[in-house]
Design a protein around this ligand. Structure first.
Ligand code: ADP
Length: 427
């Protein structure tokens, strides 16, 4: 091969000629003359760090490929895309007139490799989360029997949830035990601790969060086909109640419709980055909490709310078994309405048998997180739409909430040395 037509260092040809492993961009073009040229690129940031090429053509073809590769190396990708036939010819001497098409072939192949780089970059961005740079957070492949639509939905959900560090489900064996009260106050307490918190109320039959936070008339915003949570004092809130005209609507939906709404609701809320998402899920152990647990996937665990009576704790046993069947860790049991706080003297009297939740937790081998008394201020705060722990921060009942959130708060110190102790405490 003669290099008399090449300006620059012909010895460099050795480092420039030949295929490249794992390139960021690659193209192969056969020109009208029948010569085939290939280019491979490595890009870091926006700059080309390495270029190689091959050609099956004549020396002139090699000279043009080498010149194009040398000119492109180190350049910004936009600048490299402007390397044309003329710039290559200007860098060469003694190139015969009839070989100028080799410069055009080199320029076009280089450009095609840059196009390939851009296409690959876009598809990588698409495969990773829409709003963060993690590429490993997407659902990897279709599961056996999963349709491509289900797979796409699963991926969309995963993309939404991948920016949330800790997901806590609040469950109860039956309605009316204070599950939403605990969920709201847990979320507010975490937010008061300076954490970025989202509260998702997906109790399809009785979404009470809008009332508890005075959001009944809040207008939900939709941006880029996603629902934007409502922010109150740093807490992001989304309730299925804001979506349903009336909870009666949910009653007439058949199972698959409910599941569809739950699924869509989980996938379509744009939370952004959160430290915690607290999910107020429907009560019981039926299809609805089941699909929420399955869809949320890798949650940190469930917090189970009960009242102290035996009949309620029997339901909780079912909830614990339900979590175990789903491999959902149980963070602990909260016994709500445990004793009555006299509004006059603040003395606590047991109305129901207290301690049932604690006994049951021990028997079932789960952590007992604490008791919350029956306190008229809780009902009042709920009715007024002000979070209890905020309004009555100094009360004994608020202190009871504080104790309950301690192990949940410890989840965010996962990497700190103290976390293992808390883990033990939780399990
Ligand atoms: P669930 O979500 O389990 O259906 P809620 O949290 O909606 O239950 O609570 C039902 C009612 O009980 C609400 O009116 C709430 O204000 C009230 N409540 C819950 N916990 C307490 C408590 N510890 N003391 C007084 N009232 C409470």
């Amino acid at each position: 091969m003669s290099h008399d037509c090449i300006t620059g260092d012909p010895a460099g040809l050795e480092n420039t000629f030949g295929p490249m492993k794992n390139p960021d961009g690659h193209a192969r073009i056969t020109g009208p003359c029948g010569d085939t040229m290939e280019f491979w690129l490595k890009v870091e940031g926006d700059h080309i760090t390495k270029v190689t090429f091959t050609t099956d053509g004549c020396d002139h073809s090699s000279a043009c490929g080498y010149t194009a590769a040398t000119l492109a190396r180190g350049r910004h990708i936009d600048e490299a895309a402007r390397i044309g036939q003329k710039e290559i010819l200007d860098a060469l001497v003694n190139l015969s007139e009839e070989s100028t098409h080799c410069a055009l072939l080199a320029s076009n192949t280089l450009k095609a490799a840059l196009v390939d780089f851009n296409v690959q970059k876009k598809s990588k961005a698409k495969a990773s989360c829409g709003s963060c740079s993690k590429a490993d957070c997407t659902a990897k492949a279709t599961k056996p029997g999963e349709s491509s639509k289900d797979f796409e939905e699963r991926q969309a959900l995963k993309r939404r949830l991948c920016q949330i560090r800790h997901k806590i489900l609040v469950l109860s064996g039956k309605g009316g035990v204070g599950k939403s009260t605990v969920a709201v106050n847990l979320a507010v307490s975490l937010s008061l601790e300076g954490k970025r918190v989202g509260l998702l109320d997906i109790d399809i039959h009785g979404p009470s969060v809008p009332k508890m936070l005075h959001l009944e008339n809040a207008k939900m915003k939709v941006e880029n086909e996603a629902m934007i949570p409502i922010e109150i004092g740093g807490l992001k809130v989304m309730s299925i109640g804001l979506l349903l005209g009336s909870t009666d609507d949910a009653v007439i939906w058949r199972g698959p419709m409910k599941m569809g709404v739950i699924k869509q609701f989980l996938a379509d809320v744009e939370w952004g980055e959160l430290d915690y998402l607290v999910v107020d899920s429907p009560p019981g152990t039926g299809d609805e909490p089941l699909s929420i647990c399955q869809l949320i996937g890798n949650a940190d665990g469930a917090l189970i709310v009960t009242t102290p009576q035996d009949v309620a704790t029997a339901d909780v046993r079912r909830s614990i078994s339900f979590c175990r069947a789903l491999d959902m860790p149980v963070l602990g049991v909260v016994e709500n309405m445990s004793g009555f706080v006299c509004p006059k003297c603040a003395e606590v009297t047991d109305i129901f048998n207290s301690g049932g939740g604690e006994t049951m937790a021990r028997e079932m081998g789960v952590k007992f997180l604490g008791r919350i008394p029956l306190d008229a201020s809780i009902g009042k705060a709920c009715d007024e739409g002000t979070p209890f722990v905020h309004q009555y921060a100094l009360s004994q009942t608020a202190k009871a909430f504080e104790k309950i959130i301690r192990p949940i708060l410890a989840l965010s110190d996962k990497d700190s040395p103290g976390m293992d102790d808390h883990k033990e405490e939780i399990n």
